[in-house]
Design a protein. Structure first.
Length: 479
């Protein structure tokens, strides 16, 4: 296998990965800033904010597998995926700006409706763009190591986006505070949303050009495709999801990732509340010293985790990284002293960020499991697998958002208040540390039952290559 590697050009790998900077910047603003923005700045009750976010994310989850199947069956001059990348990116850029522009002074009903409607629109456009983009990873290359490299480049650009989405709102708020008073936070979020929307649109246009050769005009195939009714399409969707679920190697990986994703959602949603009210850090300290340094450490850890995956396979390093991250999270957050940023930077941002880099190995396994499914069923369903993957992870994220809003209400958070009680801050700490850590550890333990090792995947690809060679020879004989 390694002797006949089809190495992708660097421009293809980097071009394909560039949109992840925009996606990641949006993800940070949605997971870290959105709940805090609507509760602290706009004045919406946490339980209502959490409910609106959960509904929108559940909708997003349900549309993901539909989009995966649609893109798998698309025949156009833009191939299967590229047309959706363009439409989704443009719509998402506009919807994202609306999301952070609620009417000033509005009541609870108007704020809830605005948050729900704009987030539903943003998530729909996100699905149209992100699911076909994810599916391209398995379409671009068949080589296992090249797929890992693709994921590595995606994580590199994601971390650039994480830095932009993390630091831009906080630094803008600090710069605008003198001139705009209490409106500085609102204005900083709006400027950030507009800028990040532009970043995504530009990045997606670059990706469309970079992957053109790998997603060519396939209208000729469409002329021979069977025309199906909507009922037939829904039946195909149901059967496709069922077949994806029957992939026994896929289920434990999915279970591990969604459990960890639920913990990650709680962690991201509560981060500003924990650092501001328990540790008494300023917004600049939080976004630069804590969150910014965390993302930098994740980025620097990528070569280390890629090296481990090439030497030992992906399973063992991914398990070890996730388990250690869970243990560290459970122990360290309740122990940090208020007002001191250095311990937080060393242990939470430094050590925690380094361990969090192992997450790339979970996602890089999905294309490998598409190969396993093809060997078992004879069908190749990149879109179906990635659609099912994102659907389940977003369902867990919806649960995490609903829990975050409910937890903030239960611990006694006062919407719009600059200060919270010491008891409220400590309760947030217990969730932010031990509870989130348990999710990470449980995800790592679930991952142990995933049967696709490096050696087994190499055998799978060898058998697929033999099967494809036989089919190609048979077609040539028929011609």
């Amino acid at each position: 296998m390694s002797q006949n590697r089809a190495v992708l050009p660097l421009r293809t790998k980097t071009g394909y990965a560039v949109p992840d900077a925009g996606f990641a910047a949006m993800e940070v603003m949605l997971q870290v800033y959105l709940l805090e923005f609507y509760t602290h700045t706009a004045g919406l009750r946490p339980v209502f904010a959490g409910l609106a976010l959960a509904i929108a994310v559940l909708w997003d989850a349900c549309t993901d597998p539909v989009m995966g199947i649609i893109s798998d069956e698309t025949h156009s001059r833009w191939g299967k995926r590229r047309g959706y990348l363009f439409a989704g990116a443009v719509g998402l850029s506009l919807a994202f700006a609306l999301l952070f522009s609620p009417p000033s002074g509005a009541g609870q009903t108007v704020l809830f409706t605005w948050l729900l409607g704009s987030y539903l629109l943003a998530n729909t456009c996100m699905t149209i763009a992100a699911v076909p983009h994810n599916a391209l990873a398995a379409q671009i290359t068949f080589d296992r190591d090249e797929r890992t490299a693709l994921i590595g480049w995606r994580l590199f650009f994601r971390n650039i986006g994480f830095l932009a989405g993390t630091m831009m709102p906080g630094l803008l708020a600090g710069a605008l505070l003198t001139g705009h008073g209490q409106g500085a936070v609102r204005l900083s979020r709006q400027i950030s949303a507009l800028s990040i929307g532009l970043l995504l649109a530009v990045g997606m246009f670059i990706a469309i050009a970079a992957v053109a050769k790998h997603d060519p005009d396939n209208r000729a195939e469409g002329r021979h495709a069977v025309r199906r009714t909507w009922r037939a399409r829904l039946q195909i969707l149901g059967r496709g999801l069922l077949e994806v679920w029957r992939n026994r190697a896929f289920r434990p990986l999915l279970a591990a990732y969604v459990v960890a994703q639920a913990g990650r959602t709680l962690n991201a949603s509560l981060a500003l509340f924990y650092y501001r009210h328990q540790l008494r850090l300023s917004e600049t300290q939080i976004v630069v010293g804590v969150l910014g340094f965390f993302i930098l450490m994740v980025t620097l850890s990528i070569p280390f985790w890629l090296l481990l995956s090439r030497r030992f396979g992906k399973k063992r390093p991914a398990f070890a990284g996730a388990l250690l991250l869970g243990i560290v999270t459970m122990v360290m957050y309740p122990l940090f002293p208020p007002g001191r940023i250095l311990p937080v930077m060393v242990f939470a941002s430094g050590l925690g960020g380094f361990l969090a880099g192992a997450v790339l190995l979970f996602e890089s396994l999905v294309p490998d499991l598409v190969d396993y499914d093809e060997l078992k069923t004879g069908n190749r369903r990149e879109g179906g697998h990635f659609g099912f993957w994102t659907m389940c992870t977003k369902m867990c994220r919806a649960l995490g958002l609903a829990l975050s809003g409910g937890i903030l209400d239960l611990v006694g958070l006062v919407p719009g208040a600059a200060e919270q009680s010491a008891e409220t801050a400590w309760r947030i700490t217990l969730v932010f540390g031990p509870v989130v850590g348990l999710f990470f550890a449980a995800g790592a333990l679930s991952f142990l039952s995933m049967p696709l090792t490096r050696e087994r995947h190499e055998r799978v690809q060898e058998m697929l290559l033999r099967r494809r060679t036989i089919r190609l020879a048979a077609r040539r004989e028929q011609v």
